[in-house]
Design a protein around this ligand. Sequence first.
Ligand code: PMV
Length: 398
Amino acid sequence: MWKRCGIFQHFYCGIILKCVLIDFASKKCIFANEKVKFMISERDFICKKYSFSQEKGTVTWEAPSNIALIKYWGKKQNQIPANSSVSFTLSECKTLTKVAFSEKKINDKHFSFEFLFEGKSKPDFYPKIEQFFERIEKYLPFLTAFHFVIDSKNTFPHSSGIASSASAMAALSLCLMDIERKFTTMSDGYFYKKASFLARLGSGSACRSVKGNPIVWGKHPEISESSDLFGVELDFELHENFKNYQDTILLVDVGQKQVSSSVGHNLMHNHPFSEKRFEQANQNLSEILEVFKSGDYDKFISIVESEALTLHSMMMTSHPYFILMKPNTLHIINQIWEFRNITKIPVCFTLDAGANVHVLYPEKYKNEISDFIKNRLSAFCQNGKFITDKTGVGAKSL
Ligand code: PMV
């Protein structure tokens, strides 16, 4: 069995020390508020005391994709977002990941894994997983003690232009946490927070794919539990109008992305409008939180569409500049605006870092929008294709 577990004992000491420090340092605040909220730091995700009860096993999780309403575009070191964001967790577009783990014969410091996508070995993905393991090893020190076979598949069509990194990193992180949970005790709250924390280190927006719905990521003064380190649920009840919200993804361009999101995020450094943009996103988040309480569709539409266009305008005004929208993206936007004007149905669009269009609408208008999409919008999709999705409840163990 693995011999290095002793070094993780100071995790517990860390927690105790922290409580004491907070107790002494913020006494005033305790008396003022009666209640102390602990800020979770990266240290709280390090170093567990393991007891290896199992030499091998299998875990399987599915995690959904998510669509940001307030966009994350621009980051600091270690995948810390430059502004807070909020997303709807989806329901049908998911990654299913099975991880088989077995104790390594030789206990060296290397990661040992195989990666299969839809049952076939995919060595192209190895560097990404190796990099992910390097980033998270500090938090999951059992990673070098086992061999892993990671078998993953998506429910949405391969190369549909839908980014699968969010759902993939969330599903893998949940599998790894499920393995860690076999070696140590933890609360459910800690399990999901740490899964989101790990997913963030794989792909920033993946931290919003663990739970549903909506999920806020990035410290924001109006969501007390919010953090730059992981995604959190709203601390109030979402208005009925936004429950079961529908998202039909129009596949305008199913090709590989011309510019990766990492390159895009980096272009926000030295971007002429970045500071203003980060401020605006935080302000838009405050406003959309009000909308989530009031149920105001018009305000929702104006924030969400403006966010989508602002995201793309950041791309168009960076150096080098680039355009990810296609002519059909603009045709669809215009059609949505015309349809909304005539019918007064609160349908709107948002965009990811690509040409595809997410059409967002309340469940009660499902039939009207379905006809509109089939009769008018599908003509602008590649091979007439679109995916019908809606908001969901987050990841689950299979
Ligand atoms: O998580 P990343 O690094 O792939 O970045 C995602 C960026 C956007 O999808 C454009 C916006 C967002 O908040 O999801």
